[in-house]
Design a protein around this ligand. Structure first.
Ligand SMILES: *Cc1c(COP(=O)(O)O)cnc(C)c1O
Length: 394
């Protein structure tokens, strides 16, 4: 076939055909911007919303459709849309459901960039963004206005760890026709059956556990209602949200070990948290599986696991400079955002600047420090923390 063509053309048109009769476990990685149509009629009848066919790389390839289907199945939903980050997935939801004059409710402990987006919607788009106590439960009903279109939830809040009563919030929202979106990243979609609790839309930062390697940024929006999915996919299309095939493959590669890794993070985190709970430097362990944590009983009722992320409150006799020195003294724990990868991480937070209300039981407790327990041996992690705690005494 290459005989009559110039080298330039021959470099592009070659004879490669995918091998027939080749079976293997990994799904193929299909790279495409252009998707080819058989003829003009096929091009004209192509519908980007119809996932039984392909129209353009941005709207999906066999690789991304396979990942979407697997994520929807894990979460117990029917539809999934991929976005280039967890935050882009959050934005997809807001831009699908909101217009000028609408109102949204966000929990006071929401993932901070979601709050930044909510505040921007308020400042620039004529949408009101109001914050509610994450433990409001059924009390959310009193906050719902005729123009409230969306209630964000996060279970638990990924810094201060309050566990919301999702069934109560969802029932109140449903009674008034308001959509509930849940940021379900903490549970990786495997330790909380969000749709069974009444949630309408689930967002996952696949950047965390699904990727598992601290090397991919990706998000997903999962739903189980056809008309909601249609609004979400229109938003996905308008915002031009697509993901690269290699990244989709990397996330898919992590899925078979998702539960094993999650359970290992969970066991390690509970071991480290229990050790910290016995330490005199720590006044509270904010881990949903521990009774200190606001919403612990709700966690027991609704969740089947916990993963690797939790926080502690240092005794208020320690200054911020001292707790900073503690964090700086850790060697196995590295300093950085995100979680869900094999490496343990530690971040101190300045809570007052992040919240409308931050008064842990009347102010008991000093600096909040968040731990992400990776996949190292918990005994080594504890030894690392013990040595760093010793620096507080100096
Ligand atoms: C990390 C994270 C996100 C955003 O994910 P990115 O891919 O980093 O944009 C959203 N929600 C929660 C709870 C997260 O931890």
């Amino acid at each position: 076939m290459t005989d009559k063509k110039s080298l330039q053309t021959a470099l592009i048109h070659h004879d490669y055909q995918a091998p027939e009769g080749f079976g293997a476990f990994p799904p193929a990685i299909h790279h495409a911007s252009t998707v080819l149509f058989e003829n003009v009629a096929a091009l004209r009848s192509g519908d980007w919303k119809d996932k039984s066919g392909y129209t353009y790389g941005l709207h999906g390839t066999p690789t991304t459709f396979t990942l979407e289907a697997r994520l929807a199945a894990i979460e117990g939903g029917t539809h999934c849309l991929l976005a280039p980050s967890g935050l882009a997935a959050i934005a997809m939801v807001d831009f699908a459901l909101l217009k000028t004059g609408d109102d949204i409710l966000l929990p006071d402990n929401i993932y901070h960039p979601n709050r930044v987006l909510g505040n921007w919607l308020q400042e620039s788009m004529g949408i009101t963004a109001r914050y509610y106590d994450p433990l409001a439960g059924a009390g959310i009903a009193e906050l719902i206005q005729p123009n409230t279109k969306l209630i964000w939830t996060e279970a638990p809040g990924s810094v201060s760890m309050e566990v919301p009563d999702l069934p109560a919030i969802c029932a109140a929202a449903r009674a008034k026709g308001v959509v509930v979106a849940l940021d379900n990243t903490w549970s990786a979609g495997i330790a909380l059956r969000a749709f069974e609790l009444g949630v309408d839309i689930v967002v996952q930062a696949l950047t965390k556990y699904q990727s598992g390697g601290a090397d991919v940024l990706m998000g997903a929006v999962i739903s189980s209602d056809d008309s909601l999915h249609e609004r979400l996919s229109a938003s996905h299309m308008r915002l031009g949200l697509g993901v690269g095939a290699d990244d989709a493959y990397l996330v898919m590669r992590g899925l078979p070990t998702l539960k094993l890794r999650f359970d290992a993070h969970d066991a390690g985190a509970r071991t480290v948290a229990a050790w910290l709970k016995a330490r005199p430097e720590i006044v509270r362990v904010l881990h949903p599986a521990f009774p200190d944590c606001p919403g612990h009983e709700t966690w027991r009722r609704d969740f089947t696991g916990a993963g690797g992320l939790f926080s502690v409150l240092f005794d208020e006799r320690y200054s911020e400079a001292q707790t900073d020195r503690f964090v700086d003294s850790l060697t196995l724990f590295k300093i950085g955002y995100s979680w869900g990868g094999p490496n343990s991480l530690c971040v101190p937070y300045r809570m007052a600047g992040m919240r409308r209300d931050w008064n842990t039981d009347g102010g008991a407790g000093g600096t909040l420090v968040r731990f992400n327990i990776g996949l190292e041996d918990p005994r080594d992690l504890i030894a690392d923390i013990e040595a760093a705690l010793a620096t507080l005494a100096d």
